[in-house]
Design a binder for this molecule. Structure first.
Ligand code: IFM
Length: 453
């Protein structure tokens, strides 16, 4: 591997998953505070009230980043720390926390990449309809304005949204994420308002932070047909339209994919075009030019065609044939999928810059008798994914950086604390941190030591 010297090796986290301090210094409630308190929502009945207590320990965490040698840190901002009710009254203590965090990063030579929305909508906005309401997109642009006016001098890399597909579909179609709604109609509305909010925020961020770069992060799920049949290939296209093209196409100025629009209008999941919540000019706003595309990659899916009892054509995922490795999330380990995702996005949409804004793995290895964490499987996983990213880079994909998910073990949403993605171990009782072997190995990769592959 011979990435250029300025390649941005980083690590990523998000606010609700690590910060804790859920009711301190004027922070308002978010939908995850509500959701985690509902019975049966979270596998181990935990919540992010304390999590990694990063709010109080951010200096220690920055010093660990420095020890690992990451060049950049991707974190998210808690909207309800800044605007406790989602809009209107600003909470200066919330802004102050992120100023202190960013100053600490800069002091240590670490580039901050700030994500505005990583799923923690202020509960006050949810009470007014949340992302189902168009007004939330405008509240988001107010939040982007407040944040970038205050931190635009220090932060030069902004990411509007993290994985809007997950926010829309897990939050509103499957209901396994906050706010726990199960309704495809709602999810499609939400996806549009998320994209619209991105489009509204881009010019605001540009204005308030003029020499910065702005992007959006999408999780890419490369799909492959389960067989060679035409039906399975058609099902792959349908899945890809649902999960990938639905977001990529409008961001890159193509509007929503016609095949999916037609399908949803026919099934009644989208209103007829003239009555639609997709208003004139929205698509132009969504396609507002931005600087980089963030790609998160975890797994591919093998897709087969399925006819539902009501005759509707559908897709389903099937397990791969033969022996496959799985992570503790139950996801197939498939490094070539990262290469495929990068090549495909690059060929079809031609983004000027791509960052892998998340990739990593959940394995629960903890401290051994020697007090160290020997997570050899994570090293193997990362190594193989780095190599696939490098393969794509060598073939011309404009890959500028790679953020490992995650810096710290943390609160894994519906799975609570049962999953550990960190390159740093966190003991949730004592809040002690230990850099895992993978973190020490990552340092060598970043330093450019030869022979690691
Ligand atoms: O922990 C999540 C993160 O918040 C978003 N991307 C996937 C990760 C692993 O599930």
């Amino acid at each position: 591997m011979d990435f250029p010297k300025d390649f941005t090796w980083g690590a990523a986290t998000s606010a609700y998953q690590i910060e804790g301090a859920w009711n301190e210094d004027g922070r308002g409630a978010s939908i995850w505070d509500t959701f985690t308190r509902q019975k049966g929502r979270i596998e181990d009945s935990s919540n992010g009230d304390v999590a990694c207590d990063h709010y109080h320990r951010f200096k220690e965490d920055v010093s660990l980043m420095k020890e690992i040698g990451v060049k950049a840190y991707r974190f998210s901002v808690s909207w309800s720390r800044i605007l406790p009710l989602g809009r209107g009254k600003i909470n200066p203590k919330g802004l102050d926390f992120y100023k202190r965090l960013v100053d600490e990063l800069l002091k240590n030579g670490i580039i901050p990449f700030a994500t505005l929305y990583h799923w923690d909508l202020p509960q006050a906005l949810e009470d007014e309809g949340g992302w189902r309401s168009r007004e939330t997109a405008f509240a988001f642009s107010e939040y982007a304005d407040v944040l970038s006016r205050s931190l635009g001098d220090r932060i030069k890399h902004w990411i509007t949204h993290n994985e809007p597909s997950v926010a829309a579909f897990s939050g509103y179609q499957y209901g396994d994420h906050a706010p726990g709604v199960k309704d495809l109609k709602a999810a499609l509305r939400v996806s549009h308002h998320l994209l619209l909010s991105h489009g509204l925020a881009v010019p605001i961020l540009k204005k308030n932070s003029p020499d910065s770069e702005i992007g959006i992060t999408l999780v890419n799920i490369p799909a492959e047909p389960a067989s060679k049949s035409a039906k399975d290939r058609e099902a792959v296209r349908s899945f890809d339209g649902y999960y990938n093209r639905w977001f990529l196409d409008p961001l890159y100025g193509r509007g929503y994919p016609e095949d999916k629009l037609g399908e949803y209008i026919q099934s009644g999941d989208l209103p007829e075009r003239e009555k639609s919540f997709i208003k004139k000019d929205d698509l132009e706003k969504i396609a507002s030019p931005f600087n980089f595309l963030g790609i998160n990659y975890y797994f591919r899916l093998l897709i087969k065609n399925e006819i539902l009892p009501n005759g509707e054509k559908h897709f389903a995922s099937v397990p791969p044939k033969g022996k496959a490795g799985y992570t503790e999330m139950g996801w197939e380990v498939y490094p070539a999928g990262l290469y495929n995702a990068l090549k495909r996005v690059s060929a079809d949409y031609n983004p000027a810059k791509i960052y892998i804004t998340e990739n990593g793995v959940s394995y629960s290895d903890g401290p051994g008798k020697d007090g160290k964490v020997h997570d050899a499987k994570r090293i193997e996983y990362l190594k193989n994914h780095f190599l696939e990213a490098y393969r794509a880079f060598k073939e011309g994909v404009p890959l500028k950086g790679y953020f490992v998910w995650s810096l710290l073990d943390n609160f894994e949403w519906a799975k609570g604390f049962s999953q550990r993605f960190g390159i740093i171990w966190v003991d949730y009782k004592t809040q002690k941190r230990i850099i895992k072997d993978s973190g020490l190995w990552y340092r060598k990769v970043i330093e450019g030591e030869k022979g690691l592959e």
